[in-house]
Design a protein around this ligand. Structure first.
Ligand SMILES: [Zn+2]
Length: 271
């Protein structure tokens, strides 16, 4: 079966293309689906997998605006779709422009055929800081913990399980395309306050726990002060990226460069 139960009524499908996680939360009167994958074909597959598990009315949540988490929304257009307001603003942009931008970078990736057929479908409901969905006998909390992996990350908390989206990443270094590396550690500190001893579902990779989140927070905090210190000393982006990489080798050279560039943008106040 596609979905695997990781806590009572909380199921995760680790989808092989891009190793992305989708999560299904079951309540007494409804279910919540967190993220919708990348293409119409993937979303159709997801819909079948969801309906194999439950017939309950579905509410959808997008953790953020990156295509691999929300370009499947059109298949769930008859559901309420919740996201942070920055995510909603991004997804309200011209659908063709958004899909072409993704296609240019990812179009030749196996399993991502059909990207140009995506009709980008914005959320129907927006969250600024927090909102709670009532699905019968359990409350599903949507929380924005500040800037981090993107301008509009939402995390989903149900009992002691946390669905973190890409502010936590397993199996690959965190992605910094439109990230805020100087704010990200604070978002993870806030996430740790929400984490109990339960599972944490990262945006990609294997399900983790609070110890993993704590390690990722420390790595991001090291990156944060490496950027700030280097910037204050007048060092250039590549020199700081090299230093960041020596302190956090798993980051990889390309991510280190991107992270430092984004840190400079953040320091300049241009975001
Ligand atoms: Zn992302």
């Amino acid at each position: 079966m596609a979905f695997r139960e990781i806590a009572p009524g909380v199921l995760v499908w680790r989808y092989p293309v891009l190793d992305v996680n989708v999560t299904l939360i079951l309540g007494g009167t409804g279910a919540v689906l967190v993220d919708t994958l990348s293409t119409p074909r993937q979303a159709a597959e997801l819909e079948v997998a969801v309906r194999t598990v439950t017939d309950l009315p579905l509410t959808v949540v997008n953790t953020h605006a990156h295509f691999d988490h929300c370009f499947g929304n059109a298949s769930f257009a008859n559901c309420d779709i919740w996201a942070h307001e920055a995510t909603a603003n991004r997804l309200a942009e011209n659908s063709e422009t958004l899909t072409h931008r993704v296609y240019e970078r990812w179009g030749s990736t196996p399993g991502l055929d059909g990207l140009l057929d995506v009709v980008v479908t914005p959320p129907t409901h927006q969250v600024r800081t927090s909102h709670t969905l009532d699905i019968g006998d359990r409350a599903v909390h949507l929380r924005h913990l500040g800037l981090g992996h993107s301008p509009g990350d939402l995390v989903v908390v149900v009992d002691d399980a946390v669905v973190a989206g890409d502010i936590v990443e397993e199996g690959a270094p965190p992605a910094f395309d439109d990230a805020y590396p100087l704010s990200w550690p604070d978002a993870l500190a806030a996430l740790l306050e929400l984490c109990g001893d339960g599972p944490v579902v990262p945006g990609h990779g294997d399900v983790v726990n609070r110890e993993f989140v704590e390690r990722q927070r420390k790595d991001l905090a090291t990156l944060d002060w490496t950027i700030r210190e280097g910037h204050a000393d007048g060092a250039d982006v590549s020199a700081i990226a090299e230093l960041a990489l020596s302190r956090w080798p798993e980051l990889g050279a390309a991510s280190a460069l991107e992270a430092v560039s984004r840190g400079f943008v953040e320091l300049s106040g241009r975001s």
